[in-house]
Design a protein around this ligand. Structure first.
Ligand code: SAM
Length: 377
């Protein structure tokens, strides 16, 4: 529990700078990074804490073995040599996920099956029993990463991914994933004290994440199942201590003004329900109105807009006018604030008619997006 182990913390492309910031807040410094995550040395206890605290991460993988495999036979033989029974009981339900660029594998389901068979065969050979397995990610999750001839074998301490923060039962239209919204908030550089204004709030993801951040509240504190809970290293007493420390860190006194508006009544209803589930509905000013009518508080702050996406041609034309009016709104009503537009419609963004001071790349699923920054003097 107290020895330092290697963990890979996964995130969406372009999110590593914000994940690094979050780790620094937990006094951890990664020793290596790639496009979709960071390697860090931490104790199992710290990994439990990170599962609650890292709001921009997608999963936390514990590296338990690393070896060379040229072909499928070597891969399965070496997987069977791992002492799986040192990590979890044969009574556990196991799920295997994998990622590879190996030329003999063109279907990751096939690789999952291959690896799962090796693990089950280990238990069959040594304990004459076969653990139950399937795709549910509900208990032990094993992740195998096979690049060229190198294999990294992980136990997924998150189990179910960390992308969802649990409060959004009502997603309304085209919502951004919760951990992406958190990364975007980090990218805005919001200080958690000045006002945060989110016209076109949809299901309220940005405003809810902002309230949770300002209140030092981990969104996943109510989640009852994580992958680490199914491993022998899991200690209930220590887990309880970690959770109560995180509960104590919550501080909703002195909250900044957070405004969420949308011209669709169902969006405001979704925002209200989701905010209530997250425990932050009292810290949000919600209103059904056109974005131009949004009440902008005095003083410094952030105005973040995530306009709709257009799928058909007519919609694209309407959207061009919408983008122009967002530019006018920024100029006329948001002086002294920093404006941001998060969009995948890079052509339409030109219609805003204001000079950007930064264009920060992101991916929303497979869509390449930008967070456009406008200094509104
Ligand atoms: C892409 S969605 C925002 C999704 C949001 N970020 C989330 O995570 O749920 C765009 C939102 O803009 C709203 N909208 C479109 N035109 C608007 C307008 N003129 N005034 C206010 N809201 C508008 C839509 O109702 C929709 O909820």
């Amino acid at each position: 529990m107290n020895s330092k182990e290697v963990f890979f913390i996964g995130c969406a492309p372009h999110v590593t700078p914000y994940l690094k910031q979050e780790l620094a807040e937990c006094n951890l410094i990664p020793f290596e990074e790639n496009y979709t995550g960071l390697f860090v040395k931490a104790t199992f206890q710290e990994a439990i804490m990170l599962n609650y605290k890292l709001i921009t991460a997608s999963r936390i993988l514990w590296l338990i073995d690393k070896f060379k495999a040229d072909d499928q036979k070597q891969l399965t033989q070496k997987l069977m040599r791992i002492r799986w029974s040192d990590y979890f009981s044969e009574k556990k339900y196991i799920t295997v996920t994998s990622q590879t660029n190996h030329p003999t594998i063109n279907n990751s389901m096939f690789l999952n099956q291959l690896c799962k068979d090796a693990v089950v065969d280990f238990f069959q050979k040594n304990y004459n029993t076969r653990p139950d397995s399937g795709p549910l990610r509900s208990e032990v999750v094993i992740h195998v990463h096979w690049q060229h001839d190198q294999v990294w074998v992980y136990l997924d301490t998150s189990g179910e991914q960390l992308n969802k923060h649990g409060y959004r039962q009502n997603p309304f239209k085209a919502p951004v994933q919760e951990n992406l919204a958190a990364a975007i908030l980090y990218a805005t550089g919001w200080d958690k004290k000045s006002s945060f204004i989110n016209p076109m709030c949809g299901s309220g993801t940005f405003a809810i994440e902002a309230a949770l951040m300002a209140g030092h509240c981990s969104p996943l504190l109510d989640r009852v199942n994580f992958g680490y809970m199914h491993l022998f290293n899991y200690d209930r007493k220590i887990h309880k201590q970690i959770k109560s420390k995180l509960e104590d860190e919550k501080d909703f006194t002195d909250m900044p003004t957070i405004v969420a508006t949308d011209n669709n009544g169902y969006a405001i209803k979704a925002t209200r329900e989701n905010a209530s589930r997250a425990g932050v509905e009292h810290y949000l000013e919600m209103e059904k109105c056109d974005f131009k009518e949004t009440n902008i508080p005095e003083g410094p702050g952030i105005v973040l807009v995530n306009p709709p996406y257009g799928e058909r041609l007519g919609e694209k034309e309407d959207l061009a006018a919408l983008y122009t009016s967002i530019g006018d709104f920024f100029k006329q009503k948001c002086k002294g604030k920093t404006g941001f537009i998060f969009t995948g419609e890079l052509e339409l963004a030109k219609k805003v008619g204001l000079r950007t001071s930064a264009r920060i790349p992101f991916f929303n699923g497979t869509i390449e997006c930008r967070l456009l920054k406008y200094d509104l003097y």
